[in-house]
Design a protein around this ligand. Structure first.
Ligand code: IMP
Ligand code: MG
Length: 179
């Protein structure tokens, strides 16, 4: 395992991202939508630095066991989301922008629920992997095309508790299940 983003770099990035968010949304009613499961650690750290008042909801894009690192089906509840999305500035909070397919699917659904504007913030973006005509609006780090874990991100449900982001060695990527 090799460190890709150290704990101290994460802390600096969180301050930077929170400032950018406050600058962008200061004064407006904001709704944050976190993507389960991988974003929970990032989200928890980020929200404690944001000064702009916000409502918070979660959407699940839990991956299937067959393909770790591939987006799973989106589970969204329009009845829950509509009241905090309609007429609001929405900021989707996501761990890693890989193919972009999850956000490509989610953003139009939030538009359909009447969002004023929908932007996205990601901690990481993988270089050379994007398959959709969409980019994250706010991001902390570009990383090479390696499978990373830690700081909420898993492989086979493991490593979410690492306080830094690390790349797994090829021999560590041998299992079957992911979450
Ligand atoms: P998307 O391909 O941009 O839609 O991202 C799908 C999801 O796959 C991300 O939110 C992560 O949960 C997961 N994922 C993609 N790459 C990695 C990785 O390197 N490590 C852990 N999870 C990943
Ligand atoms: Mg995962």
């Amino acid at each position: 395992m090799k460190t890709v983003v150290a704990a101290a770099q994460l802390q600096e990035a969180l301050d930077r991202l929170a400032s950018q968010i406050d600058e962008r949304y200061g004064g407006n009613k904001l709704t944050l939508i976190g993507l389960l499961l991988g974003s929970v650690v990032f989200l928890a750290d980020l929200v404690r630095r944001i000064k702009t008042p916000f409502d918070l909801e979660m959407v699940s894009s839990r991956q299937t066991t067959e393909s770790p690192g591939r987006p799973g089906p989106l589970v969204i509840n329009p009845d829950v989301l509509a009241p905090v999305v309609e007429g609001r500035d929405v900021l989707v909070v996501k761990d890693i922008f890989d193919t972009g397919e999850t956000l490509w699917e989610l953003v139009p659904q939030l538009d359909d629920l009447g969002a004023n504007r929908v932007h996205t913030v990601v901690l990481l973006a993988k270089e050379g992997r994007c398959r959709v005509p969409l980019q994250a609006d706010i991001k902390a780090f570009d990383i090479p095309d390696v499978f990373v874990v830690g700081y909420g991100m898993d492989y086979l449900g493991r490593y979410r508790n690492l306080p830094y982001v690390a790349a797994l060695d090829p021999q560590e990527l041998t299992g079957e299940a992911g979450a």
